[in-house]
Design a protein around this ligand. Sequence first.
Ligand code: ATP
Ligand code: PAF
Ligand code: BAL
Length: 295
Amino acid sequence: MTDTPATPIVARTRAELARALSAQAGSRALVMTMGALHEGHLSLVRRARELADHVVVSIFVNPAQFAPGEDYDAYPRTLDADLAALRTVGAEVVFAPQPGEVYPVPASFTLDPGPIARVLEGATRPTHLAGVALIVTKVINLVRPDVALFGQKDAQQLAMVRLLVRDLDLPVRIEGVPIARDTDGVARSSRNQYLSADERVRARALSRALREGTRVADEGGAASAVAATARRVLAAEPDVGVDYVALADADTFEVRGEGDDAAAAGRPAYLLVAARVGATRLIDNTIVTPGGDPR
Ligand SMILES: Nc1ncnc2c1ncn2[C@@H]1O[C@H](COP(=O)(O)OP(=O)(O)OP(=O)(O)O)[C@@H](O)[C@H]1O
Ligand SMILES: CC(C)(CO)[C@@H](O)C(=O)[O-]
Ligand code: BAL
């Protein structure tokens, strides 16, 4: 008998979700997304299938994590194509609610992730990670997974989710999944759809900056030299506006400043970049281990 993956069951309400979950026995993995699925998302689902008997994917463009003026309305919504893609990787249940189902009354309760929400992504998007924390908590409570998977592309989000689970004792294991890249090095991202052909070429500067920074670290360069090299690569690309280039400790996500070279030497750190290519804001990162050479 051939095992043809079925089209996932789509639950649009909490009641439909509860019904779909009640039919599952065994362990369950959750992959949360905002849809417009690409190979990065599918790699999370494939890994989820290795880790649990059942996989639930949420598709929800979460208004709470967008500030006024950001791209909440423009964000691509492609549910039919998403379901077809999920069929190929064997996700069984898709939770795809409308905002009114998830936030049924004007919500009064908020979550403050603390200092991690105020640096880097949080400096540019001050309410973003609080909005992510809220939806992650809610969907984990609704789905009750054994394991939830998040991409390392959103490294700060992953670090924040680990803190959330630790601090609030959420009964779930968090698994990070490596960044999926296109053949030109660009990290897969739903927002890549916004790029013109010319901008798409310019977007390569982000991963190039990470590669150059990694080279400097591998040659023994100190954290400040690694960051300066990545910054130079981005500055050389026309029409690319840098929000930040930074290093953050891989364990604590403590952001390394000027003068932290000695503390950063020999410790794995995220080298993180955020930049606007035309009107599209992209992020990327890699892990480096800076040395002690200030250059
Ligand atoms: N290239 C990628 N590699 C690994 N994980 C990814 C990648 N892109 C997204 N993810 C992960 O998929 C999950 C859902 O992300 P999301 O739906 O926001 O996709 P996205 O492509 O990051 O979208 P956006 O362009 O809005 O940032 C997150 O855990 C995110 O880190
Ligand atoms: C985790 C998430 C699905 C919450 O809306 C979102 O922030 C994302 O797609 O990374
Ligand atoms: N992947 C992060 C979701 C956001 O930018 O809102």
